[in-house]
Structures are given as C-alpha cells and as structure tokens.
Design a protein around this ligand. Structure first.
Ligand SMILES: Cc1ncc(COP(=O)(O)O)c(C=O)c1O
Length: 487
C-alpha cells in the first residue's frame, strides 16, 4: 500500500507536477457567480466566509473537515453498515481498525473531534488546572477554558514566523515545557497535548524525534500525554519525507510508534480517515473508564457515539487507507504546488509549506489594515469577492476576547486556503493563484472589517461584520475593469 510511485515519476520537461494517483469517477457541478453577485452574497453573509451558502462558492477551500473525497472502497463499505443502537457489528469493525492503526486497546466513539475534546476536558480539566500544548486549536481551547482550565503553549519561536527554514515548526520547545512544569508543578497540569499537523500555525508538523522526547519527559514527570491526531495524515507524510530516521520505516510502523508514546489519542474522523466522526483511543484502562461513562451522556451509546454507522464503516476503511502514501501525500503536494504558484506572483505564504492548506500571510498582504480591524477576515472576504473561492480566517477574529472585553491579538494573521484530499484539480489551483495574484496587485484597496453581531464564544463561526468604508465597491469596480465579464 505504501509504494511511492508518485515521488519516483520525473517529468521529462523538468516541471515539478503533483501527479495524482487516482481518477475521479463521480463529480460535483460547481458554479461561479459574477463579481456583482459575489458582493451581494458576501454582504448577506456578514463578510464571514462560514456564513456563505455553498451553492454560491466556486471552490470551497474553507476546510478539509468532512469534505475530503472518499474512495470507492469507503463507499462500498457504507453499504455493509450494521444499524443497531447497541452492539453493532460496524462498531466492532471500527474498534478493530483503530486498534490495528494505533496499536491501542480501547476505543470510545464520538461524533467529531470537538466531542472528544469535551469528554477529555470534562474528565480531566478542573478550575485552575493547566493544559500544556504545542499550540492550541480553537475548539480545544474552548472546551478547556469552559472547564476553568488554562492553555499554555510551548512551540518554539520559529513556529510563529511565517517564513522559516524549520521543517518541524510544530515541535515542542522542551525547555519551555520544563519551565511551565517547574512553575506550576506537575499536579497542576491536567495533561500535555500534542497536536499533529499544528492547525493554527499553518498545518505545520511535529517530528517524531521531538514527540518521543516529549513523551519521555511526560513519563519521567508523571504527566498524562494526549495526542490530537486529527491532522495525522499530513504529519505522517512529513515524518516520512522530512525525517531521515523514518525514511525507510513503513507508515504503519510510524503510526504504531506514535501510538505507543501516548496515554490518550483522539481524532476528528472528519479529517483523519476521510469520513465524518471521531473517537478516543487508549491502552490505559483507568483512562478508558474515566471517559467511558461520558460517551452515553454526551454522544450516544458506546457502540456508535453519535455517529452514523455508514460513516463509521467509511472511517474504518479510511484509517487503513491512511497507510497508503498516495492518499496522505495528496494534500501536501497540492499545497506545495499552489504555494509555489502564489509565490511566483509575490503573494506572501507560510513556509515551509505544511499540510491542510496553503496559508496566506495576511499581516504582510494587507499590512496597512490594523489587527483590530481583522486583516485576515478582510482578506478572506476580498478573496471571495475576487475569485468565488472560500477560505478561512485564522487570526484575531478566531480568538476570543479577554474577560474585560479587550481584543486578544492573534500571533499570526492567516487566511487558510484548505486543500481537501483528492477534490480539486491543478487547473483550479492555477485559477486560485491567478486571482490572488490580481488581488495582491490591488492589495492597498482592501480595508478592514468591524463587527455588527459578535457572539461571545467561537465568534468566528457565526459573527457578522461590515467593511470599514466602501472599499469593497471600489475593489469590485477595479476587478471589472480588468475582467470585463465579471468572472
Ligand atoms: C487539530 C484539530 N483538532 C480538533 C478539531 C476539531 O474537530 P471537529 O471539527 O471534528 O470537531 C480540528 C478540526 O478542524 C482540528 O483541526
């Protein structure tokens, strides 16, 4: 399963082309609205790309969550699903897949990644406790702070630089980890959390060597180590291709090694396994029992955990397919291809290229927009206006205000153009780069945004904003001058 044909095909022309090792046999029609209509639509959506109806989106690059293409084997498996409230055969198949994949003993199903986080936080986080992590994720932090806990981050300084030579920007700074443990004492640490493919800093991987050192540290300080494996597929690709010690190890061996280092693993099955669901795996019976009773309370009975059995079957197959190099390489090689096209046009992007998507550096793209006017949010709205492409703000808008109402200014202002696995073509990536290239030349026309409706928690999902001034109308007029069809 893990041959690397793709990497061994060299184009005679010398071009670097991300060659697909699959073909599409089912397709979905998309439509591209003209720029006047796009202005209407983004205004109705409160300039929040989460609120755009998908029918008005040309290329949906919001996320890879639940929207990766599934394989024929996954669809076939869905037909075999055993629908039963309790004791479904489907559950035992999924449990076996998870055991085979991570090498863990127990499995708890949950309807998606954040549901696992809710269970974990409810079980282990109490007011005043800390969770130390390489970098937070929005929903993870939401669940930890909801229980009265605090999140402390321990990535190194390179992680927050948009351009760097560091191939593993998700690595934990062990000195910083130790400083926090010494300062607060191990009894105040609910757990240490490692996030594979660090989402909010540009899909940046953590090396297995670093993961191993963190695990050793946690063991010697009696700290529980939790692995968020939602973005493991991309991280796995980078361990295999960037970490010399693992070049000749099979993907299955690498995942087993990772699994053996953790006390608890959880994942969003909307990402890992290319279906829709989630789950928690552990070999520790005490941890299993501590979390087990929360599953029927929050999710559903222990043998489905809020998931559809059809999705569970697809996830079982999807986990096995994660051990196929050509499946896990798909996002990283397309991210690189898109990133290189963008760089040719001068567009600032996060480097080294990571997984998950191409991350545009909004703090440089629109350096004239103050952080309090949400530069990444404004850029995401401007990208939709000029291309019909839906990206996601990952900056100050995605932060939560301090209790006193002041803004938490994000350490990075990014627009993520997610590249779901096996969904888009190279010509579509070229279109994205072309339109962003145009926008970059007109970047000074982009202005800020301000809230008109601001939810208290996870405001980026449902908040509504308006442009500061009439920059959007002016941008549309400039676009029509260069693209008279408005498309
Ligand atoms: C690293 C990480 N953890 C957790 C989650 C939450 O998963 P879900 O969206 O399935 O709730 C996500 C989703 O994007 C994620 O990227």
């Amino acid at each position: 399963m893990s041959d690397q044909t793709q990497n061994n095909v060299v184009f005679f022309s010398g071009e670097n082309v991300p060659l697909e090792m699959h073909k599409a046999r089912m397709v979905q029609r998309v439509r591209l609205l003209d720029v006047d209509k796009r202005l209407e639509v983004i205004t109705q959506a409160g300039n929040n790309t989460f609120l755009l109806p998908n029918r008005d989106v040309f290329l949906d690059m919001l996320t890879d969550s639940g929207v990766n293409a599934m394989s024929e084997a996954q669809y076939a498996a869905m037909m075999l699903a055993d629908d039963s409230y309790a004791g479904s055969e489907t559950f035992y198949r999924l449990e076996k897949s998870v055991q085979d994949f991570f090498g863990t003993e127990y499995f708890l199903p949950a309807h998606q990644g954040r549901a696992c986080e809710n269970i974990l936080a409810t079980a282990y986080v109490k007011p005043g406790l800390k969770v130390i992590t390489n970098y937070h994720f929005t929903t993870t932090k939401g669940h930890i702070t909801r229980q009265g806990g605090e999140v402390l981050e321990v990535v190194g300084p390179e992680a927050l630089k948009t351009t760097s030579q560091n191939l593993f920007k998700g690595d934990v700074d062990l000195d910083l980890l130790d400083q926090f443990v010494q300062k607060h004492g191990p009894e105040k640490i609910a757990f240490v959390r490692i996030e594979a493919g660090t989402n909010l800093i540009g899909g940046q991987p953590i090396s297995l060597a670093n993961t191993r050192r963190v695990a050793e540290y946690c063991k010697s300080h009696k700290l529980k180590l939790v692995y968020d494996a939602s973005l493991l597929a991309d991280n796995l690709y980078f361990i295999k291709t960037r970490e010399a010690a693992y070049k000749n190890k099979s993907l299955a061996e690498i995942v087993k090694e990772l699994g053996s280092l953790m006390d608890i693993i959880y994942f969003s099955g909307r990402k890992l396994g290319c279906a829709r669901g989630g789950g928690i795996a552990t070999s520790n019976k005490e941890d299993y029992l501590k979390m087990r009773d929360l599953v029927p309370l929050f999710e559903g009975f222990l043998t489905y955990g809020g998931m559809s059995v059809r999705e569970m079957e697809a996830m079982s197959v999807g986990l096995r397919e994660t051990l196929d190099f050509h499946v896990i390489s798909q996002t990283p090689i397309f991210v690189e291809a898109l990133g290189q096209e963008l760089q040719k046009k001068g567009v600032p992007v996060v480097t080294p290229f990571g997984g998950l998507g191409c991350h545009v550096d909004a703090s440089s793209f629109v350096d004239h927009v103050p952080q309090t006017q949400y530069p990444a949010g404004a850029l995401a709205a401007a990208i939709y206006l000029t291309s019909g492409v839906r990206g996601m703000e990952r900056g100050t808008l995605s932060e939560q205000r301090n209790p006193d109402g002041s803004e938490v200014l994000a350490q990075m202002e990014l627009v993520r153009l997610a590249v779901p696995k096996r969904v888009y073509t190279l010509s579509q990536m070229k279109y994205v780069a072309d339109r962003l290239g145009w926008l970059y030349q007109h970047r000074k026309m982009i202005g800020g945004l301000e809230f008109i409706e601001e939810p208290k928690t996870l405001r980026f999902f449902l908040g509504r904003l308006k442009p500061v001034g009439d920059w959007q109308e002016k941008l549309v007029a400039a676009f029509k001058k260069d693209m008279p069809t408005g498309l």
